[in-house]
Design a protein around this ligand. Sequence first.
Ligand code: SF4
Ligand code: SF4
Length: 174
Amino acid sequence: MSETEQKRIKASEMDPKFKYEIAKMHGGEKLMRCFQCGTCTSDCPIARFSETYRPRQIIRMAQLGLKERVLSSDTLWLCAACFTCTDRCPQDVEVASVIRVLRNLAAEKGYIPQVFKEQGSSILETGYAYKIPELRIKKRESLGLPPLPRGNPESIRKTLREVGFIKFIEKKGE
Ligand code: SF4
Ligand code: SF4
């Protein structure tokens, strides 16, 4: 499929109920106020360095009900949650919160990028988002540095199991 064909929107892709689904969630209430001025994109520090990440576009896709397209998009996960967009939106759209709502919906469908799944697995295993390589631990010892504090994965696992996090890590995209 060509890039143009991939971008072309088909009416069958649009779910008219999607915007109401988002608006029912905390932070998503003002989605429909967006009038596409582009302030969020022009002020977003991530959009400045990415050719594909455009919060304005994400908001529009959500308004149009392009559910699968927006939820399965990896760019959704580039947001740094700095809230600049929310602070600057002239329509009071909580852009960062809408993106959080979309991520939560994406996670429920199993659309979590592999890199975050791996971080999640590492937290479950060690209590840390990144596994500290053995080599680095040895290097610290050789330099006389104190050992790194140990994580408490048992306690973290218990909490994450309760909130249903583990099933998100294991789930594959629908
Ligand atoms: S700044 Fe607000 S109104 Fe403007 S495009 Fe972004 S969300 Fe829409
Ligand atoms: S919260 Fe996300 S979308 Fe908004 S400005 Fe920051 S990085 Fe960009």
